[in-house]
Design a protein around this ligand. Structure first.
Ligand SMILES: [Zn+2]
Length: 486
């Protein structure tokens, strides 16, 4: 009996792995070659594979039986995937795909002209003329029009599907697979709201003072954060990206070339970078759209962090290779992203003066606060939107904007352009928690090894404690190693 269930689970995982590889290959072609790919068909195939009765039966039998910890953990992960799959109706998958296409096709309109979305972001970060920033901030009218009804419908459909399965709401269902409850997440948000309040208020006050503003408006926050916290783009030309990465990897006692991670730096994608774990650990690819600037370099390191995490996974079973909580995976990537902020990295790879290096280091608390609070706002709004899809979502968003960002949008359509939760449900919290975790990991590495850069032991620690056994241990168990109790 024991052998039978173990063998069945193994076969199920192999099938899921093959489906994921086929999907990954196609999504990669979608982004890299702009191929016409039916992503929804892949999602339905994966869902249908999970909903084969044998899958749930096998997981239940393993979880109810007397099996070893590893098999139990695998059954738990696959069974969580089954639960998520049950909530994915054709209608939901198709609507999400429709929204995805709209987000790609519909461009922001600035002064009557369509502009790429990354240009809008760039204006919000860099443009000194406040009125241009304001117009760029308000440039998503067309997107709002397209999403206004669809967003409400998708929130409602997801919530109905979750309730039909006996969950209180969609967030409860989504978090169950990450060993987290809605109440715990709200506690975490409260905790980090209060931790980041003072630095955030200082940032706003400094912005008002430095740029002679009456008060901070929504179109000022990115600009103020970038100007006060980041180093000048001139210190981060895109071309130092890959050579610096090769140096860092060498300092960790490894060789970038022989890692066999495929890096395509010539991609025309709507993001700074993407990592595809097509088959763990052998086929990992990164697409980059690398431009100048500190944030772009951080994206390169972040994506590389995803790749290294999967590359050094020694787990053999599919569920253990990819089954860790979304925020733990993001934290592993962000741990690499944060290397770019280290004074030792800045000294080595940029021509920054010692004054500049310490200015960036001193501003770290404030930029952390600004980023984390933005994700907390989006996540809090999303949690409420599922239960209140037909209600006053503009007021919901404004209440959270006031709480986390210090202003109200006073703009009825603002909520409808929040497309991220529609495409990546319950994912904003991953970026929030990843930033908390990355800092704890760096702190631990410093205490144990001194400066982690150029310290192979620091890298070996990451491999041994975080990467190698995949999702065998939960995020709670893994974070206990670095003394972090979220
Ligand atoms: Zn990521």
């Amino acid at each position: 009996m024991v052998k039978d269930k173990a063998r069945t689970l193994k076969e199920i995982e192999q099938k899921l792995e093959a489906l994921q590889a086929a999907e990954g290959e196609d999504v990669f072609r979608l982004y890299y070659e702009h191929a016409d790919v039916d992503v929804a068909a892949h999602e339905k195939r994966r869902r249908d594979a999970l909903l084969t009765p044998e899958v749930a039966e096998t997981c239940e039998a393993v979880l109810a039986g007397d099996y070893d910890a590893s098999l139990n953990r695998r059954a738990k992960i696959v069974s969580d995937w089954v639960t998520l799959a049950r909530a994915e109706t054709d209608e939901i998958i198709d609507l999400k795909e429709e929204i995805q296409k709209i987000v790609i096709d519909v461009k922001p309109t600035l002064d009557g002209e369509e502009i790429p979305r990354h240009l809008k972001t760039n204006i919000l970060l860099k443009e000194t003329d406040r009125d241009v920033r304001r117009r760029a901030f308000r440039s998503e009218g067309k997107l709002r029009g397209e999403l206004f009804k669809r967003a409400r419908r998708l929130y409602r459909l997801r919530n109905d599907a979750a309730q039909a399965l006996g969950y209180e709401d969609y967030p409860s269902l989504a978090l169950a697979g990450e060993d987290l409850t809605v109440a715990e997440l709200k506690d975490l948000i409260n905790k980090y709201e209060s931790v980041t309040r003072q630095p955030y208020e200082e940032l706003l006050a400094e912005g008002v003072d430095r740029f002679q503003l009456d008060k901070i408006e929504p179109w000022d926050t990115y600009y103020v954060t970038d100007r006060l916290c980041a180093a000048d783009d001139k210190y981060f030309p895109g071309e130092i990206g890959l050579p610096s990465l090769a140096e860092v990897v060498k300092g960790f006692g490894r060789d970038l070339e022989s890692l066999g991670i495929a890096l395509h730096a010539d991609a025309d994608i709507p993001y700074g970078g993407l990592c595809f774990a097509i088959r763990v650990p052998d086929d990992i690819r990164i697409l980059l759209n690398l431009k100048d600037g500190m944030s772009d370099l951080r994206v390169l390191y972040h994506e590389f962090g995803h790749a290294v995490h999967r590359k050094f996974t020694a787990a053999e079973d599919f569920s253990l290779k990819v089954g860790d909580a979304g925020f733990f995976a993001e934290a592993m990537a962000d741990t690499w992203g944060l290397l770019v902020n280290r004074p030792a990295w800045l000294r080595k790879f940029t021509g920054m003066s010692e004054d500049e290096v310490s200015r960036v280091a001193d501003a770290e608390e404030k930029s952390f606060a600004a980023r984390v609070r933005r994700f907390m706002m989006t996540q809090s709004f999303e949690i409420d939107a599922y239960r209140n899809a037909g209600g006053d979502l503009a007021a919901t968003l404004d209440d959270y904007a006031e709480r986390f960002l210090g202003y109200r949008y006073k703009d009825d359509g603002m909520w409808a352009e929040q497309y991220f939760p529609l495409l990546y449900p319950m994912y904003s919290k991953n970026y929030m928690l990843a930033r908390v975790i990355q800092r704890a990991v760096h702190g631990y590495l410093e205490r144990e090894y001194g400066e982690p850069l150029d310290e192979p032991k620091a890298f070996e620690f990451l491999v041994d404690r975080f990467y190698a056994d995949g999702a065998l241990r939960t995020w709670k168990e893994k974070l206990a190693v670095v003394g972090l109790d979220l």
